[in-house]
Design a protein around this ligand. Sequence first.
Ligand code: NFE
Ligand code: MG
Length: 608
Amino acid sequence: MSKLHGKDGNFHQTDSNGNKHIIVDPITRIEGHLRIEAVIDKDNTIIDAWSSSTMFRGIETIVKNRDPRDVGLMTMRICGVCTGTHYQRSIEAVEDAFDVTIPKNARIVRNLIQGSLQVHDHFVHFYHLHALDFVDIISATKADPVKTAKEAEKWAKIAGTTPYIAGATDFKDIQDRIVKFAKEGRLGIFGNGYWGNKGYKLTPEQNLIGVAHYLKGLDVQRRMSKMHALFGGKSPHPQSIVVGGVTCVQDIQNPARIALFQELLRETTDFVKRAYLPDIYMAGTAYAEEATDSSQSFHGTKHKGTLGKAIGGSGGGLLSFMSYGDFRLDDTGFYNSALFLPAGVILDGDISKVHELDEDKITEDVTHAWFEGTGEPEHPYVGTTIPEYTGLDKKDDGYAYLKTEGKYSWIKSPLYDGRKVEVGPLARMVIGYAKGDKVITKYVGDFLKRSGLPISVLFSTVGRTAARAIETEMIADGMKEWASELAKNAANGDLSTWTSFDFDEVSKDCKGRGMAEAPRGALGHWIVIKDGLVSNFQAVVPSTWNAGPRGPNGEIGAYEASLIGTKVANPEEPLEIIRTVHSFDPCIACAVHVMDTNGKELAVYKVD
Ligand code: NFE
Ligand code: MG
């Protein structure tokens, strides 16, 4: 390893202005390969940042000239994390093109499959991919288990419930296991953290609560996955959804299957309410200071003090948000139905105004992405996927920096009305709250009231993480109603699951889009069909919106913006960079979705 690497293996170099240049590559505990370059000034504040995907894949090109009824089966392979989401979106795009409306049972079953995924995905993200950015495992070894039980009770009470782990014995057992592993140097998956870093804010007791829930949560997430498989046939990659409806006919006819779903949902909701939410109150409070410190925000000073404007804290970022909306609540058709998660757009933190989503304003730009372009951002119906790798800028020190003035990522740059927007749980909760959506206002309002935190806490790294937890509880509660509705509808004798259509007739010349919400945000598939075959297909994906590079006129990406202004306690250990990027729950497999032909060449730039 060269001397330019920090002790964490990431690259560090100080330039002539005294600014430190840090490359974190790869960011771990995410799906796929993401590289972050950041410049940190003398006060350890990030003053510039670039987000680059170093992975290339080709699904958009693979589905061309195929039968549109098979597209969902192929696009679902874009990702095994937001599993089933791409499958569903492609099928909905084809249904839109064919003008097919699915029956009530199919709509509800799809909501239950997608809801199970959202809850599972959010939960795994918080505990198993993100928690250790907030929770210091080694500190947990110093906790007093009796005090830990009291602390757990306190946060559960604030959340309006009782603690999932009650009493000191369970905490002591878990702590003994960690102490033993640490002494023997066998921390395994916990071996590589920045333990002891000043960026960790929880007390030893709070850290022990976090670790205990991390471990208990491994079992709970298995049950969430079962829920996903129940109507889906399997997980990952459910397979019971087809163009026109669903095929899990026997599960709908059999009340015991619906009851099993309800039981699994009850068990998982219990953990969400008694562990996940209390942990979010605990972390939200501990990290509230930086979350509400607008001097740490890229947009914070710009909007300071203006009524109706959001003020960002550390990790706040763009403060422009977009949601396509999701979870159809009636049977008036995919784009007419009332939505459980509303659609809309918020620009520049102005939460006094939610703009109607105008899908014609969605385009993708490749000025800074390794693809050929026409010179103009393109709407996905006419979009193309033609790789054009121009390389990284190799320097004498043996390290390659990004050529940030040119192309520097395999992720395209999606734009809404020529602007960068953030998508995901924070976008959905803020848009719903700003729109006065009854359900979202209640859940977000409850969170703010119980925590005693101001709304500005949401526009930050920890706020993004809190929004995901709030949404998890809300969707879990929503699914309870939807499962009852399904049971009732079936009991009343409606067992229809599929709408027939004349394929030859409807597939001659048409186009359609499947636009809804994946766990990480707004996801759209656009399909053009000619003579029964796919003539064009484009996916614009949540992590493409968030992780994408700058736009044609230097418009900064959501990850990039969220990093600027953030203070780093120890540049040798870029914990805050990782925490902020993790708060978006990055998925680079989804974001690039385009087979690896250049993988070997790409790996060369990291020269020791
Ligand atoms: Ni691979 Fe995905 C989600 C989609 S993109 S995880 O959620 O679409 O970020
Ligand atoms: Mg795409």
